[in-house]
Ligand binder design. Structure first.
Ligand SMILES: CC(C)(COP(=O)(O)OP(=O)(O)OC[C@H]1O[C@@H](n2cnc3c(N)ncnc32)[C@H](O)[C@@H]1OP(=O)(O)O)[C@@H](O)C(=O)NCCC(=O)NCCS
Length: 172
């Protein structure tokens, strides 16, 4: 691994969201290229959407955890876990477009799994991506997830039509 790669990896950290993150979220998430692959983030994304999200995450408890992804202390994305009855899409993540392709999400997901361990959240973690979302699938595979089958999902930011998906699980 080169010095540059080492530096990138060590500068990625996670922290709980703060109410003051609203402006930054509204800038990074008001981007259809970021939201169109997600199962719950709307587009357009207004400051009021960020404020509603931030007030909800402050009430999280039990098997729901959200964390901001920081690069050298600056918020660049988010990662979250929510146990769901459907056993799909428990893990979600995004990174602002200017920060894509630097390995940030791969490192952030690894750190997030350690955080779930630390919080005592045990058991398999399920994830689902749009079938064409190869970067997201790479993030999962690099973190030890295995492909479990094809499925269908909805990504409401762009349309309510069902899309082909790929389903993954991390056995733990
Ligand atoms: C998916 C997403 C989180 C990836 O974030 P990222 O920080 O750029 O991801 P990383 O840099 O850690 O890794 C991306 C991997 O995909 C690969 N990749 C990127 N574009 C690719 C492409 N067009 N074809 C194949 N692989 C590609 C990268 O090479 C890397 O794999 P590698 O390390 O084996 O080379 C980011 O693109 C994003 O926020 N997208 C919108 C939201 C989203 O899709 N969320 C996930 C919903 S399931």
């Amino acid at each position: 691994m080169s010095d540059t790669e080492t530096k990138t990896q060590t500068s990625v950290t996670l922290r709980p969201y703060e109410l003051t993150d609203a402006d930054r979220l509204a800038v990074l998430l008001n981007d259809p290229d970021v939201t169109e692959m997600t199962s719950s983030i709307p587009y357009p994304y207004a400051r009021s959407d960020a404020e509603a999200f931030l007030s909800n995450v402050r009430n999280e408890e039990g098997r729901e955890v959200s964390r901001a992804i920081l690069l050298e202390g600056e918020l660049v994305g988010g990662v979250g876990f929510k146990a769901r009855a459907s056993d799909d899409e428990e893990l979600g993540y995004w990174v602002g477009k200017p920060y894509w392709g630097r390995g940030i999400t791969s490192v952030a997901v690894a750190a997030f799994i350690v955080e779930l361990d630390r919080l005592g959240i045990e058991g398999p973690i399920h994830a689902q991506t749009v079938a064409s979302n190869i970067p997201s699938q790479r993030v999962l595979l690099k973190n030890g997830f295995r492909f479990v089958g094809d499925g269908e999902c909805i990504t409401p930011a762009r349309s309510t039509a069902k899309k082909a998906s790929k389903r993954f699980v991390l056995d733990r």
